[in-house]
Design a protein around this ligand. Structure first.
Ligand code: BTN
Length: 235
């Protein structure tokens, strides 16, 4: 497997997108600094020092590409599992944010890109706030770092290896059985369940996580299934 280390780049996702023809499936691109880190819903990913910013390139059969939504959930679950092995009391906020003490420590941005001879590319971008001591004012109410919450320093190399190993170990199960294989574990750590949430501005009650990872909610006595969007939890 190839691992590309960059001191600085605009965005590891953009880098992978631009260079994908020359990169093998499973290549990981890591950057120490991102000048234009991107988040979901066209937002920015604020670059904190001593974090993990990396993208995994997967070249998959086009037939498999419908798995992109469950794949992002799967990635979040893998990271949550690894953090928990380190003793971190993390949770998953649907669809794929990792929370610690009510604030976000990790975000995932999956992008579909290009098609060559029946294969498409999925770029899984992972941003984890690891050893940053202080959080910039603009995001400090909603974001945190592992260090800020636990007062511990984390070995980033170890963490990256553990995440990639766990991903590699479980990916065959994901390919064979889909998200449903991981659904119980996901539900166990999902903070949306049973809560009143706002989905794209509409108030709903979160009832369940479906077989393919969709959010099952109740609104005005009706069941609504949500597969993407902006979800806010009212703590
Ligand atoms: C989100 O929570 O909105 C997703 C954030 C994803 C951030 C990561 S950092 C590495 C990769 N490169 C990017 O530009 N974004 C992702």
């Amino acid at each position: 497997k190839e691992f590309i280390y960059l001191d600085e780049v605009d965005s590891t996702n953009t880098y992978v997108k631009q260079n994908q023809q020359h990169l093998e499936s499973s290549t990981v691109v890591y950057a120490e600094r991102q000048t234009q880190g991107r988040g979901r819903l066209s937002r920015r990913w604020v670059d904190l020092e001593k974090g993990i910013k990396m993208s995994i390139l997967l070249k998959l059969l086009l037939l498999d590409l419908e798995k992109i939504v469950p794949l992002t959930l799967f990635t979040g679950l893998v990271i949550n599992r690894v953090l928990r092995k380190y003793g971190v009391n993390s949770f998953i906020k649907w669809s794929n944010d990792i929370y610690l003490n009510g604030k976000k420590v990790c975000g995932i941005l999956c992008e579909l890109s290009g098609e060559v001879e029946g294969f498409g590319s999925i770029i899984i971008g992972i941003g984890i706030n690891v050893n940053a001591k202080s959080i910039p004012d603009e995001i400090k109410d909603i974001a945190t770092s592992l260090k800020a919450e636990t007062s511990q320093d984390f070995d980033r190399t170890r963490l990256i290896i553990d995440i990639l190993k766990e991903f590699e170990k479980e990916f065959p199960n994901f390919e064979t059985y889909g998200f449903s294989h991981f659904r119980d574990e996901y539900k166990n750590f999902c903070i949306n369940l049973g809560k009143e949430i706002l989905v794209n501005g509409q108030k709903m009650l979160c009832m369940d996580i479906g077989e393919n990872g969709e959010l099952v909610c109740e609104k005005d006595g009706k069941i609504v299934e949500i597969s993407s969007g902006e979800v806010t939890i009212r703590f």
